[in-house]
Design a protein around this ligand. Structure first.
Ligand SMILES: [Zn+2]
Length: 892
């Protein structure tokens, strides 16, 4: 597929081998697309978007953790980290991050089983220089000795972070309990043991391994690149071609492929019982299945996942819930998303279990096979397939525009896999009805070829084995043959049935005429003692979508922690009770969510008081009085918005006799005021996590335009060197963040093997160092930072969803600053360097009498790698000699 068209430019350019001008795109997508394949084999998709305020790029290389050498597991991930830390052309290990963040951008990467993807975004003017730096990752990275030594710590810290997370533990255990000869079975994150100690024992030089891994696999012909910019397609080509055509096509390299399923016969008909870290219970069953990714135009698994995962009446979940065995169910297959090079697949059904459910896992499995039996006896229905097809068709043509960085990221790996002209459409395309493929996949969901995993604390007593990398305790057993026999011959259950046709699927997708061109921010169209309505018709995105948001305020919710808990529980119960009814609508694109405002850490202590009577009483009390504040936005007329609100209000007034609350009961969000000179510390222990954590909050005061501007600019300048010094150079941990939070204030967060007292010193030292740094900063650099912040602030919401949330947040906080960004940018333009220095000295410096500091630290009593700080190189950033003594907060 894909006609080869040689344009005039390409005829003169000997770096381009193929060129595609007609990429299939959504109806109202105004961006221009072109794909080229360079002579080195690199596939490139160029996207020209004249309206974008950010440029972005993503590059996928078709190699990942499955290609790690057995003796250096985690190498692909480690290589991913190392590419950021200096190239021959830009040797400084901070150069790339510094360039990106000081020009309004963000950069990251991830390593998957069979691919590694690098991505960034940046203000539109800087794309060409950013791409120059980026392309060097794939041309000549340094992998310096010193960075290699240091960065192992960051990987170790990332591993320690994942260590107590059950999702990672179960994932690794699933891999461990599969064919040991399959590359899928390896440990992908890596840690000090796999990246340092084991190679050391084997006489393997890790830096050498990094170099040869890059040298072997980072070959242009197994890479794909997506670039989105403001420039025309021709200009983008002129930027990209010279930079990326120098990447080598390494001889003999082809995209690695895995066709053998790791769930071999040895690992089927087995069940394993796993002890989790958190007190959570779940059941997961997995079937090896034939890879159907080549049949993307038929999508046989969409059909099965849609039905098995259905939540309406007659569904598997509905029946499981009726028995009070579980509350959620997920069905899916490994290759639901494009997966480079992996040509084996498995289908899974995952349910959480209630206290009672864990004693009924066999009954749950019986229900699952009764449902599968029902699907087989009903046969494959074209009308169901057509419904899914129509929903995907709508998703494709009316999809919300995403942030450029997310957009390029979503396309990069697909580009390696699918026909180039189809890549925008592959995930949505369903135009070949192939019932025989669906039937084939359905037949593979059989009781004699599955693996069962049950997770629950109660298996502690039988868990006799320990997983190598995460230390997960488990017990592996054969499923008794008589059980398999029973499940194989299971009959039908008349409570299980196919869903009825979905009447919510829209076929009329017209956009309404604009009523008032001048109305660009929400307008208050009703204000009574009972309700207030904010309304805005969408005049920018013009999609057939509308948003209704309602906030119900009754001051009893925040009276005490018990009430806050009850409000949350009530919300969940209500959500659950309407689930079956709303599910079909949700499948057809309706999105519904409810939440209750909840703050505070004392909440957990009141959980015992939550009884059915209490919650029911609370509900009566809550609905007796409240105030409704709503925001209606999108493809909806003013009169329709009023009708909707009337109907909503009317129900409460007529059926529940709800009354308004008093005017004095409307108040703003509040936070405890830390007095000048305060220095509070709250310290607690954890035995779950194996690392320590510290969070320091410097409270500034109430939010206002000037302070928001000062904080924003301070954070913009402070954040990148904070990461560079404390993570890249001093290697305190994987999470090293500086951000704005609270009523208003600056927060620093570090997760680390070091003690909180040492981390506190490091943060204080940084603040002192940074004050000098900013004093020495020249005006040009200061202006660049200011501009970067302004650009970031003025980024427009990419779609009506983002816009809705931005405006709704203003209503929720009762600040109603609908033009916040423009107003704050004006203030930012007035700020001088001296203002920032004064602000720092007043609010953050250790010797300021006005500083308000709150520290929360968590200390593990179960460290795997305790460090005292003696090994940490802090030469260029000495600890201030007189750090004030902390006041200890009573932790009882
Ligand atoms: Zn990482």
């Amino acid at each position: 597929m894909g006609l080869k068209i040689m344009s005039a430019l390409n005829l003169t350019n000997d770096s381009v081998a193929e060129s595609y001008d007609s990429i299939v795109k959504p109806n109202d997508d105004k961006r221009d697309y072109k794909a080229i394949v360079l002579t080195n084999g690199l596939k490139v998709l160029l996207i020209s978007d004249r309206e974008t305020d950010k440029s972005a790029a993503a590059l996928t290389v078709g190699v990942g953790s499955m290609s790690d050498p057995r003796v250096v597991q985690g190498l692909a991930h480690f290589a991913e980290h190392m590419l950021f830390l200096g190239t021959k052309k830009y040797p400084d290990d901070n150069d790339y991050f510094k360039y990106i963040t000081s020009n309004g951008g963000f950069a990251n990467a991830y390593t998957a089983q069979s691919n590694t993807t690098y991505y960034f975004d940046i203000s539109t003017n800087y794309i060409s220089e950013a791409l120059d730096r980026f392309s060097q990752f794939f041309v000549e990275p340094l992998f310096t000795e010193s960075a290699t030594d240091r960065e192992i710590n960051a990987v170790q810290s990332e591993y320690e972070r994942d260590l107590p997370l059950d999702v990672w533990r179960n994932y690794q255990l699933d891999k461990t309990l599969s064919d040991p000869n399959n590359d899928y079975n390896k440990f992908s994150i890596g840690n000090i043991e796999s990246l340092k100690e084991i190679p050391l024992k084997n006489g393997t030089n890790v830096r050498q391994e990094l170099l040869s891994f890059h040298d072997r696999w980072y070959s242009a012909n197994i890479m794909s690149l997506v670039v989105l910019g403001k420039e025309s397609i021709n200009s983008l080509e002129e930027i990209v071609i010279p930079l990326f055509s120098v990447i080598k096509h390494k001889s003999g390299v082809t995209l690695p492929k895995w066709q053998t399923n790791p769930l071999t016969a040895d690992w089927l008909r087995k069940q394993y019982f796993v002890v989790p870290v958190k007190d959570k219970r779940s059941l997961n069953i997995a079937f090896p299945i034939t890879d159907m990714s080549a049949h993307y135009r038929s999508k046989p698994f969409r059909y099965l996942v849609y039905l098995i995962g259905h939540e309406g009446r007659g569904s598997l979940l509905s029946e499981l819930k009726a028995n009070n065995w579980c509350t959620t169910l997920t069905a899916g297959n490994l290759l639901w998303w494009p997966t480079v090079g992996i040509e084996f697949d498995y289908f899974y059904i995952d349910v959480d279990l209630t206290d009672d459910g864990i004693n009924h896992t066999d009954d749950i499995i019986i229900l699952i096979f009764q449902y599968i039996a029902m699907l087989k006896s009903e046969g494959i229905k074209q009308w169901i397939w057509d419904e899914i097809k129509q929903m995907l068709e709508i998703d494709f043509h009316y999809q919300d525009r995403s942030q450029p960085i997310n957009y390029v990221l979503s396309l990069a790996d697909k580009l390696l896999l699918y026909p180039i002209e189809e890549i925008l459409r592959v995930s949505y395309r369903m135009d070949e009805y192939r019932p025989e493929l669906i039937a084939q996949s359905l037949n593979e969901l059989s009781a004699d070829r599955m693996r069962v995993r049950v997770v629950g604390k109660q298996f502690e007593s039988i868990a006799d084995q320990t997983e190598r990398w995460f230390g997960t305790k488990y017990s592996l057993q054969d499923i008794p043959p008589e059980k398999i026999q029973l499940w194989l011959n299971i009959g039908l259950n008349d409570r299980l049935a196919l869903p009825p046709p979905n009447d919510f699927i829209p076929y009329n997708l017209n956009v309404k005429p604009i009523e008032d061109n001048n109305q660009t921010i929400p307008q208050m169209i009703r204000n009574t003692e009972f309700s207030r309505i904010w309304y805005l018709q969408d005049f920018e995105y013009r999609k057939p979508k509308a948003y209704y948001a309602f906030k119900l305020t009754n001051p009893i919710v925040s009276d005490n922690p018990l009430n806050e808990n009850m409000a949350q529980l009530f919300t969940r119960l209500f959500r659950d009770s309407v689930n079956e009814y709303l599910y079909a609508a949700e499948m057809a694109g309706l999105w519904f969510s409810m939440s209750s405002g909840l703050t505070g850490i004392t909440l957990i202590r009141t959980v015992d008081d939550l009884t059915v009577d209490n919650v029911s009483q609370f509900k009566d009390q809550f609905v007796s009085r409240f105030h409704i504040e709503s925001f209606i936005y999108g493809n909806i007329l003013k009169s329709e918005a009023i009708d909707v609100c009337d109907a909503f209000e009317g129900k409460f007034k007529s059926q529940l006799k709800t009354k308004p609350i008093a005017l004095s009961q409307h108040f703003l969000n509040r936070e405890i005021y830390l007095t000048e000179g305060s220095d509070y510390v709250f310290e607690t222990k954890t035995s779950v996590h194996k690392t320590n954590g510290i969070k320091i909050y410097y409270q500034i005061g109430v939010r206002d335009t000037k302070t928001n501007g000062l904080l924003g600019l301070l954070q913009q300048i402070l954040k990148q060197p904070f990461f560079d010094k404390l993570r890249t150079k001093q290697q305190l941990g994987y999470v090293v963040w500086a951000y704005i939070r609270g009523a208003n204030g600056m927060s620093f967060l570090i997760e680390s093997d070091y003690k909180p007292s040492f981390l506190n010193e490091r943060i204080e030292a940084y603040i002192q160092w940074f004050t000098k740094y900013i004093e020495d900063m020249n005006e040009t650099d200061f202006e660049t930072q200011r501009q970067a912040l302004i650009t970031r602030k003025l980024v427009k919401p990419k779609n009506s969803w983002d816009k809705c949330w931005t405006l709704w947040a203003e209503v929720m906080s009762k600040e109603y600053n609908f033009n916040r960004e423009e107003i704050e940018v004006k203030a930012i333009k007035e700020i001088t360097k001296q203002d920032i220095i004064d602000f720092m000295k007043k609010h953050l410096s250790h010797d300021s009498p006005d500083r308000c500091k709150l520290t929360v630290s968590i200390v593990t009593d179960n460290p795997i790698n305790e460090k005292d700080g003696k090994d940490c190189n802090t030469d260029d950033m000495p600890t201030p000699t007189e750090i004030p003594v902390n006041l200890r907060v009573d932790t009882n």
